[in-house]
Design a protein around this ligand. Structure first.
Ligand code: AVI
Length: 315
């Protein structure tokens, strides 16, 4: 059974029109990043995670496999694992295999992902209780009574980097309040590194990231009757060292007018729509972020090339 919470109405993939229009009217123009993840966008993102240039996913998986015995030691027995934005819950299997998890609470806005992953995990881990929660994890979610000794949050994938640092701290504060005293949080975050390496990860040779970025316009055409011509926009991703972030933009290749939700938007040639930021962290910044989010960073693990990090935070 899928548990729907009060926050379940705010499915981010159906971003409300007013948020889209506000973003397009703003200076700089923006679009809600949630628009990336329609069916096609989710498949494109899956393809990104397998690209040779996109080191994040495989590096995080290797770190998790490596540090699982340490996590077991640190977290002890009888755990309730709460995954924020669980998706297909593939990385979770490493934790379910290695840790003493009694109950697994995946939170996601996709009923499809929740149902299929719950069925798969129940098959693979017959003693595990799976209690899916259909909700937008970016808002407070009621978890119900705890069925184990320790609540452990899980937020892999480096998605914390898609928040502005203040938003990231606010998200962590909400998570900390949900997990309660003694709670723990396993956080995956991408690290600052050679700009060329970062640039390549968001400008892959096969053009999958470009397609992923442009798909946001296709999604707007389909879901909100917009009339973007995809061949009139460039994918542009750059690393901004001052703000320690990758910025993804869609750049208009000419002067053009686009209609969205009945409103006309005039674009100058080479004007951009800012579609995503992906902040990169140093160890010290991550420790400060944890503190601003009402956690203490107890462990910080990385791979030999210091590309990606997995941290264990405590409430
Ligand atoms: C989901 N998130 C962690 C990805 C990132 O790297 O910021 C989204 C992404 N955008 C382009 N490539 C991947």
């Amino acid at each position: 059974m899928i548990h729907k919470t009060e926050a379940a109405t705010a499915a981010p993939e159906s971003s409300p029109l007013h948020a889209i229009l506000d973003g397009l009217r703003a200076n700089p123009r923006t679009l809600p990043a949630a628009l990336f993840y329609d069916d096609r966008g989710s498949k494109l993102f899956d393809a990104i995670t397998r690209l040779p240039e996109y080191y994040q996913t495989r590096t995080e998986r290797a770190i998790l496999e490596d540090v699982a015995p340490r996590l077991l030691e640190d977290l002890g027995d009888s755990l309730e694992l709460v995954e924020f934005g669980a998706g297909s819950a593939e990385k979770t299997e490493t934790l379910l295999r290695e840790l003493d998890v009694q109950t697994y609470l995946p939170i996601d806005v996709s009923e499809y992902y929740l149902e299929t992953s719950a069925e798969r995990l129940r098959g693979r881990f017959p003693d595990l209780q799976v209690r899916p929660i259909l909700a937008d994890y970016t808002r407070p979610v009621k978890l119900g009574p705890m069925g184990a000794k320790t609540r452990v949050g899980f937020f892999p994938g480096g998605t914390i980097g898609n928040y502005h640092p203040e938003g990231a701290a606010a998200f962590l504060r909400r998570a900390s309040a949900m997990l309660g005293p003694g709670g723990a949080f396993i956080l995956g975050a991408d690290l600052l590194k050679d700009p060329a390496r970062l640039h390549a990860a968001y400008n892959d040779a096969a053009g999958v990231t470009a397609e992923f970025n442009l798909n946001i316009l296709r999604h707007l055409n389909e879901s909100h009757g917009a009339d973007f011509h995809l061949d009139r926009w460039y994918h542009h991703a750059l690393f901004d060292p001052k703000n320690a972030r990758i910025e993804m933009h869609l750049v208009s290749d000419r002067e053009q007018v686009v209609e969205v939700g009945g409103e006309r938007f005039e674009f100058d040639a080479f004007e951009s729509i800012w579609t995503e930021s992906s902040y990169k962290y140093s160890e010290s910044k991550l420790r400060r972020l944890a503190r601003a989010g009402d956690f203490e960073c107890e462990e910080f693990w990385t791979d030999p090339d210091r590309l990606f990090s997995v941290s264990l935070l405590r409430v």
